[in-house]
Design a protein around this ligand. Structure first.
Ligand code: ADP
Length: 544
């Protein structure tokens, strides 16, 4: 027997409408590429979004058209999120840190019709222009006074697109499965692959994030997404914030420690979200200032493993760390590490230990770990296996990419994450490594993440990576690469001695090299692919 309840399609436009009518004090504060600080409200944003939607319709945009954005975190980018999906088109966020080749690949692959860009990226587009699709129109996200002069012809001006348009709109009806957003992975192996979100998956994800991070997502709280809108929709914040009434503080292009500290201090940011590398800069600034930014109480760290030393430093200074895990293909949040209330009685050390795990699954995401033959492994906290996921916010197939889809799912339809993990009896997920980053030495696996975690706790180490170097006898051996701080290098012997306290001799790196900077991926993670290429021919000084 079927139940008797209405079926209304879940739609992204409703999230903003909800905020506009409920959260009058909800703010959106943006550091603009023009240089100043801009403030607005959800109500005002809803009006400008309606104007933008009318502008898009006037340009002939139809349901299903892909509209690209090449932009920092700011209010115009947020308006685009809602206007594009509101009319049934697809908001395709492009990561400006991708290589020119990858960027061109995805613009052509997505068949973008329009491209909205911040002023910052106009010179880059000028260089790419001979290879851009000839019918791609470019809109610069600024007003007439700031429109750039240059070689690109036919540039449209964002503010002019809105000018004179009605600030109300009846959003069209369409099924909730309609495509709403498109985000490509950074393509560390092969071409980038596109995840095509729906209105349903996006609205559900907003609700899941909202209830999972209740401690920060509330009206009156100010959230700083340092994670860019082009990195999996800033982990859902442009949707979860309006749903819950939390205010958004958009940092614009400057993401160094000092700029972040100053902005957070001035705007009394309660919670800031980003990958570990951005927190290295902020923590250095906190140390230099001898205090936290005013009002700062919570940090969400994800995208790659948060080092233990980073978690400890935040927790020690009274900042709650939520260590989260997810993927582009998962909208992205899969697990989050806020501890239950009873954990407040834990000692600092116990809390830090618990937070080194990636936390527990959010409602709606199922997890399983298997051996290489696909047999399920127990959730006992000590059996590492291939991690698979399933749920309403997880991709059912990459956009127009049959080849990638053949490999992406198991026979039961679960999505293969490519991560190796354990899950304990209380549901805590611990990522051991990315499968491709594990080091296979003499038939045994060594986790690069575990080694890095210990090395990061040395005060002279700013960042580090352990990678596999090919080895004749052992297949692969670990090489430790260290980026040192102002106090000079941590001696190799000290690092190995620290590691010896935690690992067997055969698991220790055979060599340590010191570099000025570790290469980063387009999403700000240490690029092990680059390092593996760079050190492929490295001769180990002390072959095992
Ligand atoms: P990209 O590789 O393009 O940045 P994603 O952001 O989707 O794409 O990367 C997802 C991957 O990042 C995961 O499969 C996992 O390997 C890694 N990851 C994300 N969060 C964490 C975390 N908290 N701890 C360890 N690894 C993480």
């Amino acid at each position: 027997m079927e139940g008797l309840m209405m079926m209304r399609p879940l739609k992204i436009a409703d999230l903003l409408e909800f905020a506009a009518s409920n959260f009058l004090n909800g703010e959106i504060v943006s550091v603009r590429t023009e240089g100043d600080i801009h403030r607005t409200t959800y109500r005002e944003t809803a009006k400008r979004t309606a104007q933008l939607a009318h502008g898009l319709l006037r340009l002939g945009i139809n349901v299903g058209d892909r509209i690209a954005t090449l932009a920092w975190n700011g209010y115009r980018h947020l308006e685009l999120y809602y206007a594009i999906s509101g009319i049934g088109a697809v908001c395709h966020t492009i990561n400006p840190r991708l290589s020119a080749e990858q960027m061109l690949y995805i613009i052509h692959h997505a068949k973008d019709r329009l491209l909205f860009t911040d002023i910052t990226f106009v010179p880059m587009l000028e260089k790419l222009s001979p290879q851009l699709p000839p019918d791609l129109r470019i809109v610069v996200m600024t007003d007439r006074a700031h429109m750039p002069e240059g070689s690109l012809s036919g540039l449209l001006c964002y503010e002019e697109l809105l000018e004179g348009q009605p600030d109300q709109i009846d959003w069209p009806d369409f099924p909730e499965e309609t495509a709403a957003g498109l985000c490509y992975t950074s393509g560390t192996t092969g071409n980038p692959k596109g995840t095509l979100y729906t209105h349903r998956s996006t609205a559900l994800h907003a609700m899941m994030v909202g209830i999972s991070l209740l401690n920060v997502l509330q009206a009156g709280r100010r959230i700083l997404p340092v994670v860019p809108l082009f990195h999996v929709n800033a982990w859902g914040l442009p949707y979860a914030a309006p749903l819950t009434g939390a205010s958004l503080i958009f940092p614009g292009p400057k993401l160094d420690g000092k700029s972040l500290f100053d902005l957070m201090d001035r705007k009394k940011v309660y919670s800031a979200w980003g990958v570990p590398t951005v927190w290295l800069g902020l923590q250095a600034q906190i140390k230099a200032e001898g205090r936290n930014p005013e009002g700062f109480a919570d940090v969400v760290v994800g995208g790659s493993a948060a080092p233990r030393s980073m978690i400890e430093a935040f927790e020690k200074s009274g900042i709650n760390v939520c260590h989260a895990w997810g993927m582009t293909e998962m909208s992205p949040i899969g697990t989050q590490g806020n501890l239950p209330i009873e954990a407040h009685s834990l000692s600092l050390e116990e809390r830090v230990e618990a937070k080194c795990s990636q936390g527990r699954r959010v409602f709606g995401v199922d997890l399983k770990i298997t051996d290489d033959d696909g047999n399920r492994l127990p959730h006992d906290g000590k059996s590492p296996g291939n991690l698979y996921v399933r749920g309403n916010t997880i991709t059912s197939g990459y956009f127009n990419d049959e080849e990638a889809n053949r490999e992406a799912f198991d026979a039961e339809g679960w999505f293969k994450t490519g991560d190796v993990a354990t899950i304990d009896e209380n549901g805590f997920l611990m990522i051991t490594d990315r499968a491709k980053d594990l080091i296979k030495s003499g038939g045994e696996w060594i986790s690069s993440l575990d080694l890095e975690n210990v090395v990061m706790s040395h005060p002279k180490v700013v960042s580090c990576a352990v990678i596999a170097v090919p080895h004749e006898k052992w297949t692969e051996r670990p090489l430790l690469i260290v980026q040192s701080g102002e106090d000079g290098d941590a001696p190799q012997e000290e690092l190995l001695e620290m590691l010896s306290a935690h690992f067997a001799k055969w698991q220790l790196p055979d060599d340590v090299v010191y570099v000025e900077n570790l290469p980063l991926t387009a999403t700000g993670k240490v690029s092990k692919l680059t390092l593996r290429k760079q050190f492929a021919g490295h001769t180990l000084s002390d072959p095992a």
